[in-house]
Every structure is written in C-alpha cells, then in structure tokens.
Write a protein that binds this ligand. Structure first.
Ligand code: GCO
Ligand code: MG
Length: 405
C-alpha cells in the first residue's frame, strides 16, 4: 500500500487543531493529531515542507521504519515541533493499518487489558466555595477523580480558573497575544492546603483528588508543599517543578510520600529516563500527540511498567479528538495504565468537525470497536472554523521577573 498524498489542516472549532491526513493507493486514509498549542503553524510547515515530499510513494504499512526515518534520519532529533509533526504521521499510519486489518488500533497493540478507562475531571473555582460546587457537580456526573485548582486570594491574577471565554480556564487571550499574569509562590503555597482541607471535610475520602502545580515551585518549596498536602491523600501532585533537571524530583521524592506525576511536555523517552529509573515519579503524563505518536508511547509505557510507573496521559482541550482517541487505544491496552485526564469534548463546533469513538459513562471513557483509531474529520465543515492565533498566558513575579509555566 503506497502513500499517495499527505494533507495538513489547521482549524479552530473552539481551539486550534492541526490534523494530518494520509491517503493511499488502496483508497484507505488515516488521520493524525499534530496540535502544538500556541506553535501550531510551525508544525503545519514542518509536515508540509519537510515530511510530505519524503513520504509520497512510500509503503504505508512500514510504521516503525517511517518513525525511525523521521526521527533519526533527519539528524535533528526531538523537540516539540518535530515530535508533534511525527505524531501526526504516526497516528495516521496506525489508523490506516487498523482500517486495512478491520481492527481497532488497540487490537494491534496487543488487545484490551481493561474494559474502560478511568478519568479525572477539573474543578476550577474563583474561590473555595465555587471549586466545591464544581466538585459536587462532577461527582454527580459520575467522576471518581477530580483535579482541584482555585484562584488564590490576594493574587492579582492566577491560572487555574475560567478565562474570559468561560469555557476553559487557560483559553487564549481575546487580544491574540499572550496575556501576562502575576504569580506569588507564598500566597499559593499557604492557600492550597486550605482548599484540600475543605474538600476532604465536605466530601470525605471516597473521591480521588489531584492538583497541578504547573512547574511553579523550586524543588525544596515543592517538597515542603507536598508534605503539607499528605494528609489529604491526593492521587497525585502534578508538575511540582520543571523537569528539565530531572534530579530535582529526587529532592521532592526523598521528602514526601505524596505520589508525583510529570511529563505532559516531554517529547522523548529520554526525557523520562532518570525519573523512571530512579522511581522519582509514580505517574507519567506523556501523551501521543506531543511524544511522536503511538509507536514511541508503546515503548514508553513498557519502560515505565518495569519501574512500576503508571500512565496518566495529558488530556487537555488543546489535544484534538484524534489525539484523545490515540491515547484511549494506548490506555485500554497498557497493563500499567493509571488514569486519563478528561475535561469533555469542546462543544458543538468541535463535534461538528470531528467524530470520535469515545463515550463518557459514570466516571469512565468507553472506546468503540471501529477499525483504526475510529475517528473522522469533516474537511468541508472545518473550513467554517479558520485558525485563530492564540497563546497561553505568561507568568511574571510582582517585580516583573518572568516565571515558570
Ligand atoms: C494539564 C495541563 C494543561 C496545560 C495545557 C497547555 O494538566 O491539563 O497542565 O493545563 O497547561 O494543556 O497547553
Ligand atoms: Mg498539567
């Protein structure tokens, strides 16, 4: 089966998504997600200018060889732009292979290790009370696990609550350039334990709770913060510090028993090496869209399993339904799956453009048996939602110093 064409689409049905379509001489096509929030156009150019010409006429069944060719063959390995571009191609090739075999992708990975995928939702309030009422309504919807974020009193602005568009807290600035927000570590670390204290008081310990620090602490600040959160028995504390220096996590894990998660921005197995080999984390947040697709994620999951690290893929609204489907096939297969982040699918516009094989039921996602990834993309409808330049906010300290995100 030969690759005859590769197209790249960039559309904004609520969020910007980069979609890759590979066509073959047997009439089967495959779809992949190559979305890189805030840097979408770089990936579009990478696929169009540097990947497409090399793959036309190549054998669509050679997924591993194509992955190695794009990763090792170009000399410049790794990096989020490269790996999102490779992910788009890799997912589309798995989609094609599944359709050709009339099997869902998870069957090609080795079959099901579970019937359904446990997920966690998000409660993001402007104060503790609002966060508690969001937690209540997620619990009523069936969620068994919820991430709690809350605006910090006295901070001029903060991440973790609804943005001006009201549909997701980190949504792009309406001015189309990155908005700037002020960060204050002291106020944050003094406040968040109160949020969890209140949640356990009201809801008890029958629901799993999580929290995301978004890399804003130093290792020792994070260790102290994590220790303070221990009584509230979190499922995990995410990204307490940046992971470029992996041994920062040694300091944290030596001081606390709270399970730690990291990895949503990792794009290579090498980013995980020390964290996993030293068992400094309990959960790995890598997702197929930013890690080069399904081919490397299978290897990452197996490597993590050797060290009792479980998979908890990144599942934000800035991954398209195709990326969510790729994660779902990996999740239903991976023996060491832990939990999937899931904040719902972005409303009518997104659902008009993408169809997907997932359904939310009582705190779990189910995955249909459609061949391939089980997704589709309406190219005509997508034209109604042109790309909109959009960025995440940038953080600064009160004195103007640029801070971690
Ligand atoms: C998460 C992530 C998101 C990211 C976003 C950036 O845990 O879901 O941290 O909140 O900030 O996906 O593109
Ligand atoms: Mg995160």
């Amino acid at each position: 089966m030969k690759i005859t064409d590769i197209s790249v689409f960039i559309n904004c049905p609520n969020r910007n998504f980069v979609t890759v379509k590979i066509e073959t001489d047997e009439g089967i096509y495959g779809l992949g997600d190559a979305t890189l929030n805030g840097r979408e156009m770089a990936v579009v150019a990478y696929v169009k200018e540097h990947i497409k010409p090399c793959l036309i006429g190549k054998n669509a069944h050679k997924i591993e060889d194509t992955w190695q060719y794009l990763y090792k063959g170009c000399y410049w390995r790794r990096g989020p732009v490269t790996m999102a571009a490779i992910a788009g191609i890799d997912m589309a090739l798995w989609d094609i292979k599944g359709k050709a075999a009339s099997l869902p992708v998870y069957q090609l990975l080795g079959g099901k290790s579970r019937d359904k995928i446990k997920v966690y939702g998000h409660a993001n309030g402007k104060d503790i009370q609002e966060t508690m009422s969001q937690l209540q309504s997620l619990k009523e919807k069936g969620y068994k696990a919820v991430r709690l974020q809350c605006a910090v009193p006295g901070m001029e602005s903060t991440y973790g609550i609804l943005g001006d568009k009201k549909d997701y807290y980190e949504l792009q600035s309406s001015r189309s350039l990155p908005p700037e927000q002020i960060w204050d570590t002291t106020k944050y670390v003094n406040f968040i334990p109160k949020l969890f204290d209140e949640a356990r008081d009201i809801f008890g310990f029958g629901i799993e709770l999580l929290h995301d620090v978004h890399n804003r602490l130093t290792p020792r600040e994070a260790a102290g913060f994590a220790k303070e959160l221990e009584p509230y028995k979190l499922l995990f504390l995410e990204d307490p510090v940046p992971a470029e220096n992996q041994s920062s996590y040694k300091i944290i894990s030596e001081h606390t028993t709270i399970p730690i998660a990291a990895g949503e921005t990792f794009n290579s197995i090498w980013d995980t090496k020390e964290l996993i080999e030293n068992q400094w984390i309990e959960y790995l947040r890598m997702a197929a869209t930013h890690a080069g697709g399904i081919t490397p994620m299978k290897k990452v999951a197996d490597f993590a399993a050797v060290h009792q690290v479980r998979m908890a893929p990144h599942g934000p609204p800035d991954i398209s339904p195709i990326g969510h489907a790729a994660n779902a096939h990996l999740n239903i297969w991976a023996p060491n799956f832990g939990i999937q982040e899931f904040v719902g699918f972005g409303g009518d516009d997104m659902n008009a453009v993408f169809s997907h094989p997932l359904a939310f039921e009582d705190g779990y996602l189910t995955l249909s048996d459609k061949p391939g990834l089980g997704v589709d993309f309406d190219e005509q409808k997508a034209k109604e939602y042109p790309y909109k330049r959009a960025y995440l906010p940038v953080s600064r300290l009160g004195d103007g110093t640029l801070w971690d995100w």
